[in-house]
Design a protein around this ligand. Structure first.
Ligand code: GCU
Length: 592
């Protein structure tokens, strides 16, 4: 019976839909701050016996309720619960959140509850009514609550459950902390009845003289005039929506191209008779030519780093603009023009900050090892996560690569699923490149062959190799030969090894966990990179030490993955300087 109930519970998860783009550019009531919470490890609050979402209060002589949000503990939103309370560091279960707010609904307007993200399943109630549910810990979701709000005080109650599941994305085991909670911003957005719902405005694929895309208007009854104004380009373009509220656009333009050196963003204003939104958008092209990646028609070497969405000093989820500035500031200091946002879409502040700072991005959904590809629900879930990631970030010029997966095991069901996902992503966004990171390469003597069949469906391949850590060097690094039968550009998407900051020892013994060993490993990796002609980018694993439940070495790890170039306090290890010099040389040579 329990199993049946559990299946029913997950199967009835009603998926949110994308209702309003560019929250930052809208009329919003921000609901961040202190929320009252009830920790509910046995899911008592879901039963009819104790329906926490009803938030009942005793009134008569004989009624009583064994829960209350009054006089209970609070948690800060946004923020994971693990890093806010010592009794929740390892918690995997349900927490109920409650926030009240004053609101005056205006006739004819829409009101949307918008969440930047909550890990892993969220059930949202507004004034005692179910607004909807969302599955997935790293993508935004929104609900139309126009019909649920009232004048005066309103309340929103959210049940968040972060228990891991075999048919989830990611699945049961992964190498990062299972941070639970409402981990990102919450806003109540108000729009006119007839409003600009969404838009896609980028350069036409491989064409620097045309801005193309579309605008979607909602609530409209019949064709609507849409205007797009880009003052700095002296563009004032008008068009008309079709019966479905969609207007395709194609605008002749010669914008200054966005690049890491010149991250030029244009103010783009979109207007209809009843609504106006604006945001900063950059224009650039990205393409593959043979085994090279070309940005704005020129080959580029991606000087990258992997970043988890964690502030090491806080041992918690990053969620703010300040957090984004710190993480990307470190990347800039390393000499990066590129960041792989691992292993899931990060909060929106991160991608908007990358637009401003001129840092190219690889963004991925968390199909991370151990995925049940033979389970039919996985493709539907994966495509929905692609929808939510691409819908949110499709106007961010910094993003050049959508990644489908990380270290999946070669199998027919995997290739079938990922091929369908690649087609889905390309249909959503024909302007960007599709990639994936995998670790199945063939080692034979001093030769490494990229032989994963997944390469066929990708524009760019990402290889995770840990030669010098999980794999001993089969030959001298400078004698290593890489083969590329699929003839695709290669990003070395993960490499590295562990060191405890401040711990010194042998450069030749991995079990020394020393900075010297990690430093030598990086010297060896760089020596190998110099002999890979189709290598277009490198992203060391990983910017900073990060929490992981499976890293159990009692002296050197203590629940942390120590592959950071930075310690858990942000201090630079010796290996940091090896990559810094490598990137300085790459920057001076401008590609080769
Ligand atoms: C894998 C995986 C990472 C993990 C890393 C490691 O390649 O992609 O998520 O943290 O190896 O073992 O440290």
């Amino acid at each position: 019976m329990t199993l049946l109930f559990t299946c029913f519970c997950i199967a009835t998860v009603v998926q949110a839909q994308w209702l309003v783009a560019n929250i930052a550019g809208r009329n919003t009531l921000n609901l961040n701050g202190s929320w009252a919470v009830i920790v509910d490890p046995f899911n008592a609050g879901e039963s009819n016996w104790k329906p926490i979402w009803k938030d009942q209060h005793a009134t008569g002589a004989h009624d009583f309720f064994e829960y209350a949000f009054d006089n209970t503990i609070t948690l800060q939103v946004p923020g994971d619960w693990n890093s806010q309370r010592n009794d929740l560091v390892y918690y995997e279960g349900t927490v109920w959140y409650k926030k009240t707010f004053q609101y005056q609904p205006q006739p004819g307007q829409h009101s949307f509850l918008c969440f930047g993200g909550a890990n892993y399943i969220a059930d949202v109630y507004c004034n005692g009514q179910k607004a909807g549910s969302h599955e997935g810990g790293f993508t935004p979701f929104q609900f139309d609550v126009t019909h649920l709000l009232k004048a005066g005080e309103n309340e929103v109650i959210v049940r968040v459950n972060n228990q891991r599941r075999a048919d989830a994305i990611p699945a049961l085991n992964y190498d990062w902390w299972n941070y639970g909670g409402i981990t990102r911003d919450v806003d109540l957005v108000t729009t006119p009845g007839n409003y600009i719902q969404d838009y896609f405005i980028q350069l036409q694929k491989n064409d620097t003289s045309h801005i193309a895309g579309w605008v979607q208007v909602a609530g409209s009854n019949g064709p609507q005039k849409v205007s797009i104004h880009i003052p700095d380009l002296h563009i004032h373009y008008t068009t008309q929506t079709n019966a479905a509220g969609r207007a395709n656009i194609s605008i002749a333009a010669h914008p200054a191209l966005w690049s890491p050196e010149h991250p030029h963003l244009y103010t783009v204003q979109i207007a209809t008779a009843t609504d106006t939104v604006a945001e900063a958008i950059g224009f650039r092209t990205i393409a593959v030519k043979g085994t090279e990646i070309e940005l704005n028609g020129q080959p580029i070497f991606l000087r990258g780093i992997n970043i988890h969405e964690q502030i090491p000093q806080r041992a918690g989820r990053a969620y703010s603009e300040t957090d984004a500035a710190m993480l990307l500031g470190w990347a800039k200091e390393l000499g990066c023009n590129f960041v792989r946002l691992t292993h899931y879409p990060h909060n929106e502040h991160m991608v908007r900050m990358a637009d401003k700072m001129g840092i190219l991005l690889w963004e991925e959904i968390p199909l991370w090892q151990g995925i049940q590809f033979s389970n039919p629900v996985i493709l539907a879930k994966a495509n929905r996560l692609l929808d939510e990631m691409i819908e949110r970030d499709k106007n961010r010029s910094a993003i050049i690569l959508w990644s489908l997966s990380n270290e999946t095991t070669p199998a027919e069901s995997r290739d079938t699923t990922l091929s369908a996902m690649a087609a889905h992503a390309r249909a959503l966004d024909p302007t960007r490149l599709i990639t994936s990171a995998f670790n199945h390469v063939a080692y034979k003597g001093n030769t490494v062959t990229i032989d994963d069949s997944l390469s066929k469906i990708l524009d760019v391949v990402g290889v995770n190799e840990y030669i010098g850590w999980y794999t001993p060097w089969p030959a001298k690094p400078e004698a290593m030969v890489w083969k590329n039968p699929f003839n695709k550009p290669l990003i070395m998407s993960e490499f590295g090894g562990e060191a405890l900051y401040g711990h010194h020892g042998s450069k030749d013994t991995a079990s020394s966990w020393s900075e010297e060993y990690q430093e030598q490993l990086y010297k060896n990796q760089v020596a190998m990179f110099k002999n890979i002609p189709f290598l277009c980018g490198t992203t060391p694993w990983v910017l900073a030490d990060f929490r992981s439940p499976s890293r159990l070495q009692p002296v050197y790890q203590q629940g942390w993955n120590r592959k950071g170039l930075l310690s858990d306090k942000g201090y630079k290890k010796k290996a940091w300087y090896i990559m810094r010099v490598f990137y300085e040389e790459k920057e001076q040579n401008n590609f080769n």
